[in-house]
Design a binder for this molecule. Structure first.
Ligand SMILES: C[S@@+](CC[C@H](N)C(=O)[O-])C[C@H]1O[C@@H](n2cnc3c(N)ncnc32)[C@H](O)[C@@H]1O
Length: 318
């Protein structure tokens, strides 16, 4: 899109505030009718500069999507409204908001700086490919282009993985490791892993928007030299024929079950597999799928609200 198009193209922004456990179904609904132009922001009225180590996000999020204004916009908006109406029978969903914006305005949409755990700071950044100056602390700074892909760290499924990655780094296991990040979204998991000692990351996503976003985010966060981005799923001919020390997959239970075999197949013996995006009631089905997919043991299960993450170790080659 040319700069002039970006200034004159018109988009319908639809946003809705709701409890975080409903972010995923609304994100799917919005993605479907907006060609994946969706982003999720922590709700609340607070000053990003004042976010300190004790900050814990509130339970509400705002989900935004952007519909190109063309002949189909009325139908797509209608489908979204039907979905939101059904959702409001299950959850406390506030009435949605609408406004017309230009492409420039929505791609500059921002999210507040957030802190995950004690050490990870995630900030929005413009797509100017320049790394902002970082204060000299032990904090791990991640810069993400807002408005382009899932994974700003304010969803429990991402937070569960990020906190586990910090634990892996603290135990020394992450150092020099090779990562496969399936369903990388914004690339936030790989970026943090690389910044905390991993030597190489391969980021894979089926969504073209995520693939574009992750390339920018790796550059902005200063880790593009050690990373590779592949569009598609796994198995994938564009991936190297190696076994990885870590495989991350924060997707959905259904996709995790479908991909259990290639996920396990990509891990080396002794390698760690982290899978997230699992609703509490689906944990046993996901565990069973992985235990049937290859030689591994489940070493940890973490939970936040309605969501769970599994940590597994591959026990021999497959
Ligand atoms: C919940 S987001 C996770 C993003 C990021 N990894 C995080 O932890 O925040 C899931 C991502 O998986 C991608 N995805 C869905 N199905 C996939 C598949 N079969 N193969 C690869 N990626 C997939 C989606 O496009 C989306 O970007």
């Amino acid at each position: 899109m040319s700069r002039q198009d970006a200034q004159t193209d018109r988009w319908l922004e639809i946003s809705v505030e709701l409890p975080s456990e409903f972010a995923e179904p609304v994100t799917h609904l919005f993605s479907r009718y907006s060609d994946e132009r969706v982003f999720v922001s922590q709700s609340g009225d607070w000053d990003a500069d004042e976010v300190g180590p004790d900050y814990t996000p509130t339970d509400d999020v705002t989900v935004f999507c952007y519909l190109k204004i063309d002949d189909t916009v009325k139908t797509r908006k209608g489908m979204i409204e039907i979905g939101l109406r059904l959702m409001s029978e299950l959850a406390d969903v506030s009435p949605h908001q609408e406004r017309v914006v230009t492409a420039d305005e929505w791609s500059n949409q921002t999210f507040p700086t957030i802190r995950v755990g004690n050490r990870i700071v995630i900030s929005p950044s413009a797509l100017d490919h320049e790394m902002p100056d970082e204060p000299p602390t032990d904090d791990v700074h991640v810069y993400l282009s807002p408005g382009l892909a899932f994974g700003t760290g304010n969803h429990p499924t991402t937070r569960l993985c990020l906190n586990q990655i910090v634990a892996e780094a603290d135990s020394g296991d992450l150092s020099g490791s090779r990562i496969l990040d399936v369903g990388c979204g914004s690339g936030v998991l790989s970026i943090v892993a690389l910044k905390m000692g991993a030597s190489e990351a391969w980021c894979v996503d089926i969504d073209e928007t995520a693939v574009r976003a992750v390339r920018d985010n790796l550059i902005m966060s200063g880790v593009s030299e050690n990373s590779h981005v592949v569009e598609g799923s796994i198995p994938n001919p564009d991936l190297p024929n190696i076994k990885f020390d870590y495989v991350f997959a924060n997707i959905t239970s259904r996709v995790l079950i479908d991909l259990a075999e290639p996920i396990v197949g990509h891990a080396k013996s002794g390698g760690v597999i982290l899978v997230s995006g699992i609703m509490n009631e689906q944990i046993e089905t996901v565990e069973e799928a992985f235990l049937n997919a290859g030689p591994l043991s489940i070493t940890d299960t973490k939970q936040e609200g309605d969501w769970m993450m599994l940590r597994m170790i591959k026990t021999s080659d497959s």
